[in-house]
Design a protein around this ligand. Structure first.
Ligand code: PHE
Ligand code: NA
Length: 452
């Protein structure tokens, strides 16, 4: 995004932000975290965080982007200078870049699994397979570092190419088709899962809220996931906000993004858990959950090979539109901090993430045990990356909330929000007090627990 231009259509910010939000976080991460953390209690914490912390911060982050009309780092510099506030707020820029870098490294490896499954589907390799055969084939995939590296390389190169070629036109057109198509196929999968699977068990697992079920770390994961799924707290939304048209309503846009994102996650959750409980698979099996349940559905569905192939292609597409928004904050930071050219910055980011991605690749095979991270934290390098993400994103969001809530004046905010006094007061109360308290509460509860 080199030159300053507004998205072609008024609704394109919404589309691009939905493209960033909807991705592996909804289809892959949400269901597996729910499964690992006991179901309903996790969803409750997740949903409450989205409503009272996520949406207000989404508004704040878009607002910062639109009022500065610059990339996150320069934008924060501009805003702090023109308002005479502390330079410390610029932490938002580089911390976001760090988070984006870590996330893309594992995101790309997981998206690679979808490449594998789209090919498996189209080739009919899994047609008619039962649950144990599908699980076995997933284990075979994970056991092969070279295969995982191949797919990781393909995916990260594709994201780099798209960003390098300049994003706007391509994404706009692509998203208009991709999102509805993904939604439709998900609807078919959901319908099928409800028919053949155990929808009752899935619903009671997902919507029985017993907070005592949730471990301390589950709280952190639920909050981390609500930031992750909305792409919050790391500059991606700020970068897109810089291109948002002045007429679009911040509040309405933010609420729409959160609703679409949550709807897709819940659809994926119900479909996956109906299949899990209907076929005796294990809910808490971790990152493989979506990759063993959905292929199972497609394996038995008439015409499932083609449908499954198309579904995984759409997953790759949704992951790409999220990955693109992860490249942006880092590339912008490299350009602005070190004066690199844009293509060079993107290349450095991609190559760096590729290497870091090897941590994730090896976490599923050669480093699944006995690494230094196991010794220090009792978890694999991939788990540690996810854990850091769960900290960095809420922390970035906290800073954004504090900056928008306390450092900006009412006039500056109202110039962007163009809302009535009541809504402004509600929003301000949420970003000033509720969001910081929620983040602090979860941090204070969980972090000592984990180290101790
Ligand atoms: N929101 C994306 C998803 O749910 C992931 C993401 C996080 C994208 C942060 C950009 C920034 O898949
Ligand atoms: Na998401």
């Amino acid at each position: 995004m080199s030159s300053r231009n507004i998205w072609t259509h008024k609704g394109t910010f919404l589309l691009a932000a939905v493209g960033s939000a909807v991705g592996l976080g909804n289809l892959w991460r949400f269901p597996y975290l729910v499964g690992e953390n006991g179901g309903g209690a996790f969803i409750l914490v997740y949903a409450v965080t989205i409503a009272i912390v996520g949406i207000p911060i989404l508004i704040a982050e878009t607002l910062l982007g639109r009022s500065s009309r610059k990339s996150p780092i320069l934008g924060m510099q501009h805003l702090t200078e023109s308002h005479g506030t502390s330079r410390g707020w610029r932490t938002i820029g580089w911390m976001g870049a760090a988070a984006a870098f870590l996330i893309l490294s594992f995101y790309s490896v997981i998206a690679g699994w979808a490449i594998h499954y789209s090919m498996q589907m189209f080739s009919g390799a899994l047609a008619g397979a039962d649950a144990s055969e599908i699980s076995a084939s997933f284990d075979t995939l994970l056991a092969s570092p070279s295969l995982l590296i191949l797919y990781h390389t393909l995916f990260i190169a594709a994201s780099g190419l798209i960003v390098g070629m300049g994003v706007h036109k391509g994404i706009e057109g692509g998203l208009r088709f991709l999102m509805p198509a993904l939604f439709l196929i998900l609807l078919v999968v959901l319908g099928y899962a409800v028919m053949v699977g155990d929808a009752g068990a899935a619903l009671s697992f997902l919507f029985t809220f017993n907070l005592a079920d949730l471990s301390l770390e589950g709280w952190l994961e639920a909050m981390g996931q609500s930031f992750f799924t909305l792409s919050l707290g790391m500059g991606a939304i700020m970068a897109y906000g810089a291109y948002m048209s002045d007429e679009a309503s911040l509040t309405r846009t933010a609420i729409s993004i959160a609703l679409v994102d949550t709807l897709i996650a819940l659809m994926a959750g119900v479909a996956i858990f109906a299949l899990v409980f209907g076929s005796g698979l294990e809910a808490g099996q971790g990152p493989g959950l979506m990759f063993v349940t959905l292929p199972l559905a497609f394996a038995e569905l008439p015409g499932g090979s083609v449908l499954g192939g198309v579904f995984f292609i759409l997953v790759i597409g949704a992951a790409l539109t999220s990955a693109i928004s992860l490249v942006e904050p880092v590339a912008a930071w490299l350009v602005e901090r070190f004066g690199f050219s844009r293509p060079l910055a993107v290349l450095m980011m991609i190559v760096g993430c590729w290497f870091l991605g090897l941590l994730t690749v090896f976490s599923f095979n050669v480093w699944s045990q006995g690494t230094i991270t196991h010794e220090l934290f009792g978890r694999s390098p991939f788990d540690v990356l996810e854990f850091i993400t769960n900290i960095l994103m809420p922390l970035g969001g906290l800073l954004i909330a504090l900056f928008a809530g306390w450092a900006l004046t009412r006039e500056q905010v109202m110039a962007q929000m163009a809302t009535n006094a009541t809504w402004f007061a509600v929003w301000q109360f949420l970003v000033r007090f509720v969001a910081p308290t929620a983040v602090a509460f979860v941090f204070l509860r969980t972090i000592p627990q984990i180290e101790g």
